[in-house]
Every structure is written in structure tokens, then in C-alpha cells.
Design a protein around this ligand. Structure first.
Ligand code: ADP
Ligand code: MG
Length: 480
């Protein structure tokens, strides 16, 4: 195990299937170096807590191995692992004072009283609660309670500290403060932190390494810079920071079409390849209308303190732009993007991705048509409040004006029809490739979005078709 000497934890092909048959984590592989700050980042329900619980030993994987310092600990009980966990809910004992809360585990281990007192004092100093020993839990603020919870985990001097959305219950200001303090604590202690959050900004600020997860699978692993600058797929690009994401197609040597225009780019896939293009809002340059690669009409301008966030509608596409220059709603403007700021990725297995609007009665709409499904069904953990508004699993309000739902559907689940008006969208076949047992078509739609459709029958280039998309084949994700 010499070559792995610096890996404190290794997860090898970890899969967790619950008794009800649901697979929450699948074939998860990870190496964590001693002293690293690693963050699991992903939307609610993607398997972060499940993974953490297996590292802590509270849950056993259905398949795979967990190694600690090169030794297999897959079946070792939690209390035999040099690992402690801090949860989102502080889980303090309300009837005990701070000292007893922190000393609880050490007393169970029958440690010497004077040693315990010293250790408690040391961790209280560390979390900035010097002299709080005799205070009762109920007199502490949320932030202070969470510090006690952290102190209680650290007093065991674990090799690894697991933190499961530890700041989730704090208000924004407190959360920002604690982020910095936790980072400082990590640097001071030199122990390994494995941190869980659904907040991308938190992950980017704190981590040495980020593991982006979706639906039980690792999507990308890398430094915050890697993940921000070189997202591996549309999910990561979309989840990390504001992005404009378009379906598109390669139209020639380093030329790509999306959002109704043909752009120069630095990636070179074969002509006709279906791609996903990602453009960060800060990389779009506004130009006079005739100088842009594409043009559009300004539909909103929001002042954000350091910059303006401007939304431009170009055909049926929307481009969000961050700039220090203001603009007026209704202005016609050109837009261009430097070639190396256009991130062209092979579309994930050609999955079609498109944004649907949430209308005022909380129904999903695309291309002016209502999709036959309900938001509470497709957004995991969402629920209606008494006043009729909708909140997500974290209790955050879902705002029809600001939030969208990202829909994905596979090429084989879309059917082409010549009964145009039956389709969710309409367009012309702009590319076709024979794939051995079926044809793969690209349909350039009237709303300037390209869709990939698999069909065993031969249609012709230029044929006008409607696209039938069954709601039960769609996957949905809330975009804030
Ligand atoms: P996260 O922490 O990323 O929000 P979790 O790891 O808690 O996600 O859950 C991942 C998925 O596994 C969710 O869909 C959740 O409903 C499911 N899940 C969690 N615990 C159980 C369980 N004991 N039995 C069945 N499904 C579970
Ligand atoms: Mg969780």
C-alpha cells in the first residue's frame, strides 16, 4: 500500500441500495489525501449524506470497499473509526451545560477528569467560546450551538471530521462567518475535513477539492478552479455558478452554432456533432447591434452592486450577461463571445436539455404549452404552504418569476410526427446520421433550439416535423 500512503480514505466502487430497492449511491470512487478539505456538492437527494454515513460507519455499503490508511474498514463500527461527524441539526443535549455536552464522549471512555477539563478548554478556545463551560445550551444562539457541536466532535481528536451541511440552519451572515472560521480551523488543526453542502458558493470558497454529485453518481472531481473553469458536462456547468447553456451543433472547423448564431470556438469536433455550449454571463460582450455575432432585445436589467445583470432575448433564447455597463429594457444590442470563452462539450449521451418556465399557477410551460405534470411531484421534497406558495426541500421559496425547471429527455424518447401541431416544438431536420440500427437526427426548431432524436425510420433532410415528448420520460431539476 506504499503508493497510497498519503490517502487517508479511499472509497472503491461504493454502491448503496436501500431495503426498498432504491440505489442512493452507485459505483462511487474517491481518494482523499491526509489533511485535505474535500467537499461533496450536489442538489438535495443526490446521495451526499448516504456517502458520508458510510464513511462514518452508520450505514454499510451494499457493494464496494472503504479503506482507511490503506486498511479495509468497510464493516468496522462507527466508534472504532477515528472519525467524528457534525450534523446540520446540532443535536446537543438541552439539559446539560456546555462542558458536559462536550465532555460526554470522553466520560464514557472513562478518561481522567483533569485530562477532560484540559481537552474541553482547548476545543472551546478553538471554536471561540472561551469560558462558556457553565452556560446552558438554551442561552446560545444558533451559531454558538453549532460551534459547541463542532467542539464536541473535535474533542475526540479524530483523524477525519465529517460535516453534513453544518451551516445549513444558520442565517446568511452567520454562515459566511462560520465558513471562514471552519476553513481557519482546518488549516490550524491539519486534520482531514469531508464537508457536505448543496451551496456551490460555499463549496468554491472552502474546499481543496470538490466532488460534484448528481443522482448518486460522481459527475466531476477537481479543484474549485477546475470545476468552475472546465466543467465536464452540462450538469456541472449549470450547477456551478450562473451559466448560459445551449444545445448546439458543430458547423465546421472550430465553428459552432447555438443561440441562433454561428460562433468561432477553440474545440474541434466533427461537423454535425450535437454539442452543449456553455457561456458564463461575465464572458458575454455587448456590442452595437450590427457588430455582434447575434443580436437581441434587452428584457431586464438588475443592479447587483458590483455589476449589472442584463437579460437579452434573442429569438426564443435568453442570454444572461454580467457587465459593469448598464442598458435599458427594450434596447437592441449585439453580443459576442471570445472563442476561448465558449465551452463546447459533447452533449451527455446526446441527452436533450431545455429550460421550462414556471407559470403563475405553478404549472410548467415550454414553447407556450403547459406540461401535464405537477411541480410537487417532480421537485423532490417540495411542498405547498398554506398561502399557496411552493417551497423546495430546503424550505426555500420557489419563485415563478426567477426559477426555472431544467428538463432532460433522451433522444430515443422523442417521436417525430408530421402532425406538426401535436408536437411540443416544431422544426426542420438539419442533420442525420445512420447509427447502424437507427438514425440519429438533429431537429433545428423554430425556437432556435436543436434537439436530437433517434428513429428507426428514414426521414429526409429539411423535413418539417413536430416533436412528441411524453412527460413521463422527462427528468426535471429546479434551477434557482
Ligand atoms: P442528500 O444528502 O444528497 O440530500 P441523501 O443521501 O440523504 O441525499 O439521500 C439520497 C437518496 O436516498 C434520496 O432520494 C433519499 O430519499 C434516499 N434515501 C435516504 N435514506 C433512505 C432510506 N433509509 N431508505 C430509502 N431511501 C433512502
Ligand atoms: Mg443530506
Amino acid at each position: 500500500m506504499q503508493e497510497n500512503a498519503t490517502n487517508i480514505i479511499e472509497l472503491k466502487h461504493i454502491t448503496k441500495t436501500y431495503e426498498d430497492g432504491f440505489t442512493a449511491v452507485s459505483d462511487f470512487n474517491l481518494e482523499v489525501k491526509r489533511g485535505e478539505f474535500v467537499t461533496f456538492l450536489g442538489p438535495s437527494g443526490c446521495g451526499k449524506t448516504t456517502t458520508l454515513r458510510m464513511i462514518a460507519g452508520f450505514d454499510l455499503p451494499t457493494e464496494g470497499e472503504i479503506l482507511l490508511n490503506g486498511k479495509n474498514i468497510t464493516n468496522l463500527p462507527p466508534n472504532k473509526r477515528p472519525i467524528n461527524t457534525v450534523f446540520q441539526r446540532y443535536a446537543l443535549f438541552p439539559h446539560m451545560n456546555i462542558y458536559d455536552n462536550i465532555a460526554f464522549g470522553l466520560k464514557l471512555k472513562k478518561m481522567d477528569r483533569s485530562v477532560i477539563t484540559k481537552k474541553v478548554k482547548k476545543v472551546l478556545d478553538l471554536v471561540d467560546l472561551e469560558g462558556f463551560e457553565n452556560r446552558s445550551v438554551s442561552t446560545l444562539s444558533g451559531g454558538q450551538q453549532q460551534r459547541v457541536a463542532i467542539a464536541r466532535a473535535l474533542v475526540n481528536e479524530p483523524e477525519i471530521l465529517l460535516l453534513d451541511e453544518p451551516l445549513g440552519a444558520l442565517d446568511l451572515k452567520m454562515r459566511k462567518e462560520m465558513q471562514l472560521e471552519l476553513k481557519a480551523m482546518h488549516d490550524e488543526l491539519g486534520i482531514t475535513f469531508i464537508y457536505v453542502t448543496h451551496d456551490q458558493e460555499e463549496a468554491l470558497t472552502m474546499s481543496d477539492k470538490i466532488v460534484v454529485m448528481s443522482e448518486g453518481k460522481m459527475q466531476q472531481i477537481g479543484t474549485p478552479e477546475d470545476i468552475y473553469n472546465e466543467p465536464k458536462n452540462a450538469f456541472v456547468a449549470d450547477f456551478i455558478g450562473e451559466s448560459n447553456i445551449f444545445n448546439g451543433i458543430m458547423t465546421g472547423h472550430r465553428k459552432v452554432r447555438f443561440c441562433g448564431g454561428e460562433f468561432d470556438c477553440v474545440d474541434d469536433w466533427k461537423e454535425g456533432t450535437h454539442i452543449t455550449a456553455v457561456v458564463r454571463p461575465e464572458d458575454v460582450i455587448l456590442t452595437p447591434p450590427e457588430k455582434g455575432t447575434i443580436r437581441g432585445v434587452v428584457s431586464s436589467v438588475i443592479f447587483k452592486g458590483m455589476h449589472y445583470e442584463i437579460t437579452v432575448e434573442s429569438g426564443k433564447n435568453e442570454m444572461v450577461i454580467q457587465t459593469v455597463h448598464s442598458a435599458k429594457v427594450g434596447d437592441v444590442t449585439g453580443m459576442r463571445v471570445d472563442p476561448d470563452n465558449i465551452h463546447v462539450m459533447l452533449a451527455d449521451d446526446n441527452t436533450n436539455i431545455f429550460p421550462a418556465d414556471i407559470n403563475r399557477s405553478y404549472r410548467l410551460e415550454y414553447n407556450g404549452k403547459v406540461l401535464d405534470t405537477s411541480l410537487t411531484r417532480i421537485i423532490k421534497g417540495s411542498r405547498r404552504l398554506e398561502d399557496g406558495t411552493l417551497v423546495d426541500a430546503n424550505g426555500e421559496l420557489i419563485d415563478p418569476r426567477r426559477n426555472k425547471v431544467i428538463v432532460s429527455i433522451e433522444p430515443q424518447d422523442i417521436t417525430m410526427t408530421d402532425q406538426m401541431e401535436d408536437g411540443l416544438v416544431q422544426g426542420c431536420i438539419s442533420n442525420l446520421i445512420y447509427k447502424g440500427d437507427h438514425y440519429s437526427y438533429v431537429i433545428h426548431t423554430d425556437i432556435e433550439q436543436d434537439f436530437v432524436v433517434d428513429d428507426e425510420y428514414l426521414w429526409n433532410m429539411g423535413d418539417r416535423v413536430g416533436l412528441l415528448m411524453p412527460v413521463e420520460k422527462m427528468k426535471f431539476r429546479l434551477k434557482r
